[in-house]
Structure formats: structure tokens, C-alpha cells
Design a protein around this ligand. Structure first.
Ligand SMILES: *Cc1c(COP(=O)(O)O)cnc(C)c1O
Length: 517
């Protein structure tokens, strides 16, 4: 790592990225390349000699990186990029970047530490604990989730990893109670609108495939999980000797932003001794606004709560915040303690219980709080190695502040409402589920009530819009209906972009309807 070379390359690369953001609307939002396109552009094996070796010998390092950007990145990579940061990006859910998030990520790449244990970089562990306490307070999470008690927060790469680690913690907790042989009897509950990462987690955790109950949620509850249905299913499972142990609820489902009724679901989980996980990967961000916080009411009943700061919270991917009330459950499921990772502190430390017996009064308090401070995050996640991800979240919180973040969220929700109003003015379209946050689920109404033709029509409309390259939207299926999803949330999106996307949708709909007559 040559410091001067880094300076030269770094400046040039930052210039390139800044120019990219400046001209981002010139690219088709959805990449239009064919599968395998890059194979034709790159050689079969890596070069023996570095690129433009002569330049390096001549000391023209800046020239080398500029050439690399022009010849390789601009010519070969950008055509195959789907521009998630484009203001015309309305697909899936957003994946925000920001100046603070970007430079925080840059700093993390620059320091390049691997913070698996406290001693591997004390700042990484301690900043993560502090910043997640801050974020927990912004979300008004119950105090049990703060690191001062038995709980605490941890940054996972993704919501998928978050649900996996809490499922493993819950599984091992229940197996300690009922005995290891009972694995086959453990049952997981969620609605069929729950993100597929839960199912994947069940596969990894060895939950019997038939014991992952994805209960049907219908339009009658706006696709939220019905507590009565959950209760009935649990009772039936209990009567045949199964062991309900995990419930996953969602605030803002991926298909349609449905919100499960946390309070009643949580009470059912509690009365059955189950672990209750709340997935608010996307909508959690909105809950920093007082007017949306009520969607999380009932989170007091939860054992764990997750939100993706990398979706709609200006923090560059990846940064998924997970909080638990009982961190020892995570540690018991995920810790190993090989000799080569023991640092002096860990090797010397005695289990907390022993400390308590050895000290009393003031000193006990001191020792206990010290024990609390030394978290080894390797025991809260699947991998050993971990990046210094708290830096970018910290910079986002510090450089923008709560009030700006709230304005940011409100603005997107306002734009989504605006889009909803545009739809309402065109009788050929309908909004399908109530808009709650910044996602609008809508469709072109089927002609003469022909639903299957309607599905085909909407699929064609999606393809027609996306192939223009001027906007990118995605779809879902609800109760057998093919539905278009318009998710506002890219940081650069303004009203004019929403209007332009709507115009494309209307124009394409007009031609499709004319063709299908
Ligand atoms: C996006 C999303 C996920 C998956 O997020 P990853 O971080 O990519 O794993 C899970 N749950 C919900 C509700 C989501 O919206």
C-alpha cells in the first residue's frame, strides 16, 4: 500500500464517482445487457503482467487509473450496471447511498480492520455498541434492547443474516430446555408475506421443512398475519406434540408493506414461550418519525428487532441493525473460543458469575459494567471476520441528524402519495393495497374483468417501461394478481422524476391497450 499512489488513485476515483452521480440519469436505469455479456469483453484468465506496466515504471500512476476507468469501468462495467442510485429507480426497495455513508465506507475500507473481538480493534466494537444504542433510542425501542442491560445491538450484513442468527439463538435456547432430540418437533410461524430469508434460515437451522408454518395472509387483513389464525395453528400443533418456538412478524412486508399486529402476536408468542422476532428491514427507517412510530407498537413484546439502515436510511450497503433483549442467547448459540483468538483480556477473565462471587458492593458493580463493555461481536454473527461498519452509520447520524433524516423519509412518503394521486386520476389504473409508507402497489385494470389477461397486460407493461431505461419498477403477486410496485426511496428522486415515470407508464399503457383491442 503506497500512500502516494493511494492519494493519486483515490482522488481520480472520487472524481469519477462524483461525475457518475452528476450524469447518472444518462444511463438506462435497468441494465439492458444480455446474460454473459462480460465473457465476450474480458480475457479468459488474469494477466501475468499488470495493466500498462510502462506507466507505473514511468511514475505516471494517475494515468494508469484514468486509463483503467476509461477502458474497463466505463466501457465494460457500466453497461452491465443497474443504477440503484438513479432518481428514476423505483424497483424492489431502495438501497441508499449518501455523502456521509460513502465517506464512512471509504474510511472503513481505508482502515481495513477485522473487528471480530474487542481487542481486534476496540473502537470498532465500542462505536458499534454506542451507535446502535443511539439508533435504538431514535426508534424508541424498549430499554431492554440497549447495551447497558442484558441486550444490545449488532450490525449484520443483511436482514437475512439477522433472522438466521436469532433463529439459531432461539433454537438452541429451546433445545436446552426440552432436550436436543426435539429438533424435529420445533415449529416456526410467520405469514406467507414474510421475506423468504426466514425460510432460508429455517433450512440452514435444520428446522423440519414441514414445520415452517407460513400462514396465509389475505386482502381481508391487508396481508397482515391474523392473530386468531396464529393461535389456532399453535393449538393444533401443540395437540399433536409439536413445539412452537419462533414467531417472525414483519413491519412493512416486501411485497406490499403489510404491517403485522405486533402487540397481539407478541402476546401469543410470550404465552407459548416462543422467541418473537420483528423484521422491519425497510419500514424501520420510517419509524424514526413520531407519526409512523405506532406501526412498531408492541415491539416491547419482541425478543429481537431488525431494520436495514442500508435500505432507506442513507447508509451505504451493507448495514443491517439487529437488537436483542438477551445477548447471552446469541452468544450461547454462536460462540467458540479457540486458543489462537484468545487475547490477554479474554484469557484472564473469569465467567461473570465468578466475578460476582469474588466482589461485592461497589466493586461488583464496576466489574459487572466492565464485563458488559467487552463484547466480542464474533459471537453475535455467523462469520468470524467483520468490517468496521459502524463508522458509516455514525457519520450518517452525526452529519445529518435526526431531524434531517425525518424530513428525508417524509419527503419520499409525500412523493409516494403524489404518485398515488396520479393513479387515482386515471380510471384505467387502480391502487391495489393501501399505501402506508413509500411503496405504491398498483396495476392496470383488466379489460372486461378478464383477470388472466390483466396479469399478462401488467407483465407486459412492466417490461415495456423497464426496457425504455428511463425508469425501473418491479412487481409482486398478491392473491393471484400480478401487481406493479413503485417504491420511492432513492436519495436523488424528486417530484419531476415521479411525474416522468408516470408519463412513461401511461404512454406504454395506452399502446398496450390499443394493441389488445
Ligand atoms: C429487504 C428485506 C429483507 C431482506 O433484506 P436483506 O438485508 O437483503 O437480507 C428482509 N425482510 C424485509 C421485510 C425486507 O424488506
Amino acid at each position: 500500500m503506497d500512500a502516494e499512489q493511494l492519494r493519486e488513485y483515490g482522488h481520480k476515483m472520487v472524481d469519477f464517482i462524483a461525475d457518475y452521480y452528476k450524469t447518472i440519469e444518462n444511463f438506462p436505469v435497468l441494465s439492458q445487457v444480455e446474460p454473459g455479456y462480460l465473457r465476450n469483453l474480458l480475457p479468459d484468465s488474469a494477466p501475468n503482467q499488470p495493466d500498462s506496466f510502462q506507466h507505473v515504471l514511468d511514475g505516471e500512476v494517475a494515468q494508469l487509473i484514468l486509463e483503467f476507468i476509461r477502458l474497463h469501468i466505463q466501457a465494460k462495467i457500466l453497461p452491465g450496471v443497474t443504477h440503484w442510485q438513479s432518481p428514476n429507480y423505483f424497483a424492489y426497495y431502495p438501497s441508499n447511498s449518501s455523502v456521509a455513508g460513502f465517506v464512512g465506507e471509504m474510511l472503513s475500507a481505508g482502515l481495513n480492520i477485522v473487528g471480530f473481538s474487542w481487542i481486534a480493534s476496540p473502537a470498532a466494537t465500542e462505536l458499534e455498541m454506542i451507535v446502535l444504542d443511539w439508533l435504538a433510542k431514535m426508534l424508541k425501542l424498549p430499554e431492554d434492547f440497549l447495551s447497558a442491560g442484558q441486550g444490545g445491538g449488532v450490525i449484520q450484513g443483511t436482514a437475512s443474516e439477522a433472522v438466521l442468527v436469532v433463529l439459531l439463538a432461539a433454537r438452541d435456547k429451546v433445545l436446552r430446555r426440552v432436550g436436543k432430540d426435539a429438533l424435529e418437533k420445533l415449529v416456526v410461524y410467520a405469514s406467507d408475506q414474510t421475506h423468504s430469508s426466514l425460510q432460508k434460515a429455517c433450512q440452514i437451522a435444520g428446522i423440519h421443512p414441514e414445520n415452517c408454518r407460513l400462514l396465509k395472509a389475505t386482502s381481508s387483513t391487508n396481508y397482515a398475519l391474523s392473530p386468531e389464525f396464529l393461535s389456532e395453528t399453535i393449538s393444533q400443533d401443540l395437540t399433536i406434540g409439536l413445539i412452537p418456538f419462533f414467531l417472525c412478524a414483519t413491519v412493512g412486508t416486501t411485497s406490499s408493506t403489510a404491517v403485522d399486529p405486533l402487540l397481539s402476536l407478541g402476546k401469543i408468542a410470550k404465552s407459548n414461550g416462543m422467541w418473537f422476532h420483528v423484521d422491519a428491514a425497510y419500514a424501520g427507517s420510517a419509524c424514526v418519525c413520531p407519526e409512523f412510530r405506532h406501526y412498531m407498537d408492541g415491539v416491547e413484546e419482541a425478543d429481537s428487532f431488525n431494520m436495514n439502515a442500508h435500505k432507506w436510511f442513507l447508509t451505504n450497503f451493507d448495514c443491517s441493525a439487529l437488537w436483542v433483549k438477551d445477548r447471552s442467547a446469541l452468544v450461547q448459540a454462536l460462540s467458540t473460543n479457540p486458543e489462537y483468538l484468545k487475547n490477554k483480556k479474554m484469557a484472564d477473565s473469569k465467567p461473570a458469575k465468578t466475578w460476582f462471587l469474588m466482589y461485592s458492593g461497589k466493586l461488583a458493580k464496576l466489574v459487572a459494567s466492565q464485563a458488559n463493555m467487552v463484547v466480542d461481536y464474533k459471537d453475535w454473527q455467523v462469520p468470524l471476520g467483520r468490517r468496521f461498519r459502524s463508522l458509516k452509520l455514525w457519520m450518517v447520524l452525526r452529519l445529518y441528524g435526526l431531524e434531517n433524516l425525518q424530513c428525508y423519509i417524509r419527503n419520499h412518503i409525500k412523493l409516494a402519495k403524489h404518485f398515488e394521486n396520479l393513479i387515482a386520476q386515471d380510471p384505467r389504473f387502480e391502487v391495489v393495497t393501501p399505501r402506508i409508507f413509500s411503496l405504491v402497489c398498483f396495476r392496470l385494470l383488466p379489460v372486461r374483468n378478464n383477470e388472466s389477461h390483466g396479469n399478462k397486460l401488467n407483465h407486459q407493461l412492466l417490461d415495456a417501461v423497464n426496457s425504455t431505461g428511463s425508469a425501473f419498477i418491479s412487481h409482486t403477486v398478491l392473491s393471484g394478481k400480478y401487481i406493479l410496485r413503485f417504491a420511492v426511496g432513492a436519495p436523488l428522486t424528486e417530484e419531476k422524476h415521479v411525474n416522468a415515470a408516470w408519463k412513461v407508464l401511461q404512454d406504454k399503457a395506452t399502446s398496450l391497450l390499443a394493441e389488445s383491442l
